[in-house]
Design a protein around this ligand. Structure first.
Ligand code: SAM
Length: 196
């Protein structure tokens, strides 16, 4: 099976390495719970995972997937907070430093497009997380430029991250160069120094 031709798989590959040290982990867009499950399967057993979604149904689906897989995850279910709220309110839920965050943007495949992520709230949340990220912490952002709101979001994120100071962050931008321009892309941020 190909492993690096898909931005989500690539994000998971990159995160896996750091998950064995992370203590506070955020899934900013829980959706159907696949990313939360991946995090729970690869995290240590004493960490806290926070999964956000604005859709009640997404939070319920995520919780159900984790309960179904409770014997195949590394940590107790009580260590996973399923939060039915926008990720922009992250500071209401997490006051400690964050080690890992993943954003899988857009809307649920087959779901209502009115629940898509929006560039202003996404950027606000990314900025909050970057301010609160531990040094050596990682943020992975999977973007979908193939729909109108997703393209706007992709362009806004690109403008924002390209000016992040390199003494504070290393930023990667992954696109499959021989695929369609609209193919999902990955932005990868590692905190390397203080950011004020
Ligand atoms: N990570 C998911 C999975 O593994 O199944 C897929 C996520 S899906 C592509 C994007 C999700 O972002 C949708 O479920 C949508 O409701 C959610 N979303 C949109 N705006 C949001 C916001 N401001 N805060 C949190 N979640 C949001």
């Amino acid at each position: 099976m190909q492993k690096l031709s898909n931005s989500i798989q690539l994000a998971h590959c990159l995160l896996k390495d750091r998950l064995n040290e992370a203590k506070i982990i955020v899934d900013a867009t829980a959706g159907n719970g696949n990313d939360t499950l991946f995090l729970a399967q690869n995290a240590l057993n004493n960490v806290q995972i926070y999964a956000f979604d604005i859709q009640k149904e997404a939070i319920e689906n995520t919780k159900a997937l984790l309960i179904k897989n409770k014997d195949n995850i590394n940590l107790p279910l009580e260590n996973i907070s399923f939060i039915h709220d926008s990720h922009e309110h992250i500071d209401n839920y997490i006051q400690t430093k964050i080690d890992i965050a993943i954003f899988n943007l857009g809307y649920l495949p087959g779901g209502d497009h009115k629940f898509t992520t929006k560039d202003d709230t996404t950027l606000k949340t990314i900025d909050k997380i970057l301010n609160n990220l531990n040094i050596n912490g990682y943020v992975a952002i999977v973007m979908y430029p193939g729909h109108e709101e997703g393209l706007k979001e992709y362009q806004s994120i690109k403008l924002f991250v390209k000016d992040l100071p390199k003494k504070s962050f290393t930023v990667g931008w992954y696109k499959m160069i021989n695929h369609n321009f609209n193919a999902p892309a990955l932005c990868w941020i590692e905190k390397v120094g203080e950011y004020a």
